[in-house]
Design a protein around this ligand. Structure first.
Ligand code: FNR
Length: 443
């Protein structure tokens, strides 16, 4: 079916009322109508049509949600315990007012920046996420491809479902590896050495997971690896045939980077992984990692200025302020709220990245004006993947980068140094009493 849109330029809402449009069209000649109606050629493939419907990350979330069974949906969308942090992460960004600077030349907007020595097209990187082939059969390869094509870093998780060597060989680009310090330090050392040998340039050590948070949705949905089928689960899968076919056509989903370490076959891969999270990890382990890893080192999951300073003392080149997207300690403070104090404490020479709740270009602008060097995104690119594989992940990146460009333009900041140095002139935290205007969750 051919769709069309009526282009009335900057018409007011009154002029756009259907009766007015009908009268206007009736009094026009065919030439006038042709001028006025712009026909939109429908996209050829189903995937392209799906993407054509998506303008925002929320649109991608809606599309992906239709395609995923409940277990996958819950795994991606969900947070820990009461999901308080999950809600507050996005609400925290809405808790700022933007104050634009007028009459700056913003005819050219430059979003390029340095991220740990990599010249990135935008202050954005794809965060490490586990189980990614559950969201789309192309999983980590597709995410890495989207990042590479956009000129952004991609971080592969320890819990990836594709071998780290395969992502490096098949896709390449600016690759970072995220490490969990496993109970089995031999396995940890192997992962580190393999990542280095495969060409991963930076290491992210995630420190907010001494134990895995309670994901209530996963518990309710019986979400496990390998998937355990229940009659309800089977029915749910039957209602998502495309996702099922993708799963069946691909190689079995497993934690591809340490599956050989699963010695006791009576436990699931997930049980093995859960057993490997080590609650005894301390700063001493970071010293050991710093000595072994020659490239840039990022510590992810810090939310306290003193911890950030200590990570820098150990030799970290950067910090990712993160509450793991609200998936670990519930009610952990939104990272954007601690950013200024951490920047004050560590000074300007340390790279500060931030994630958890970034959903729009304005969120990235707020983070940069508050002292960050860049943002990581998790769910936004997973929603893209779920909607349309690599093309969907690319769409998610394009949305955020073009929203950032537009926000910078409207704020009067032609490049990132201008945005960062503008600081408090561009963004102001709202007073608590004004919160009711914004956000889903009162803070
Ligand atoms: C994650 N995250 C994550 N972090 C990490 O260090 N290792 C991992 O394996 C995972 N796995 C993972 C799976 C899924 C489904 C999600 C949504 C997140 C956390 C991730 O790196 C990042 O911190 C958050 O996703 C950022 O929050 P947003 O952007 O999702 O709000």
């Amino acid at each position: 079916m051919t769709t069309y849109s009526l282009d009335l330029g900057d018409a007011t809402s009154e002029v756009c009322q259907p009766p007015f449009i009908a009268c206007a069209v009736l009094t026009m000649g065919p030439g006038d109508i042709r001028e006025l109606l712009r026909f939109r050629t429908p996209a050829r493939t189903r995937t392209a049509r799906r993407l054509q419907r998506c303008v925002t990350i929320e649109d991608l979330r809606r599309e992906a949600s239709r395609r995923w069974p409940r277990g996958v949906r819950g795994y991606v969308d969900g947070g820990a315990d009461g999901e308080v942090s999950l809600d507050r992460n996005t609400a925290a960004f809405q808790n700022f007012d933007l104050v634009p600077a007028a009459l700056r030349d913003v005819s050219i907007v430059d979003t390029t920046c340095d991220l740990l020595g990599f010249s990135s097209a935008a202050p954005l990187a794809l965060a490490p996420t586990g189980y990614t082939r559950m969201m789309h059969p192309d999983g980590e390869r597709a995410a890495a491809l989207a990042a590479r094509d956009a000129g952004l870093p991609y971080a592969l998780s320890t819990m990836a479902t594709t071998r780290l060597e395969d992502v490096a060989a098949d896709v390449g680009g600016e690759l970072w590896f995220q490490l969990y310090v496993w109970r089995d330090r031999g396995l940890t050392r192997d992962l580190l050495d393999r990542a280095s040998a495969a060409g991963y340039r930076a290491l992210i050590v995630c420190v907010d997971t001494p134990v895995v948070g309670l994901r209530v949705r996963d518990a309710h949905n019986g979400f496990t690896l390998p998937p355990r089928l229940t009659p309800g689960g089977l029915l749910d899968m039957a209602m998502h045939p495309e996702w099922c076919l993708g799963l069946l056509r691909g190689a079995p989903i497993t934690f591809a980077n340490f599956v050989d370490g699963v010695s006791n076959r009576s436990e699931s891969v997930m049980e093995f992984a859960a057993r490997q999270f080590d609650a005894s990890v301390t700063w001493d382990d970071l010293h050991w990692i710093r000595d072994r890893w020659r490239g840039p080192l990022l510590i992810k999951g810090v939310l306290d200025a003193d911890d950030a300073a200590r990570a820098v003392d150990v030799g970290a080149n950067g910090i990712v302020l993160s509450n793991h997207g609200g998936r670990q300690l519930d009610q952990a403070i939104p990272p954007i709220d601690v950013l200024p104090s951490v920047r004050d404490r560590v000074g300007d020479h340390v790279q500060l990245l931030i994630d958890s709740g970034v959903r729009r270009g304005t969120d990235i602008a707020i983070a940069l004006a508050s002292g960050a060097d860049g943002c990581l995104i998790g769910r936004p690119y997973l929603y893209g993947l779920g909607t349309a594989g690599a093309a969907g992940a690319s769409a998610a990146i394009d949305m955020l980068v073009s929203e950032l460009r537009r926000a910078m333009c409207l704020m009067g900041a032609a490049d990132l140094p201008a945005l960062k140095s503008g600081g408090q002139t561009f963004v102001r935290k709202r007073l608590a009493a004004s919160n009711h205007h914004y956000g889903r969750t009162p803070i």
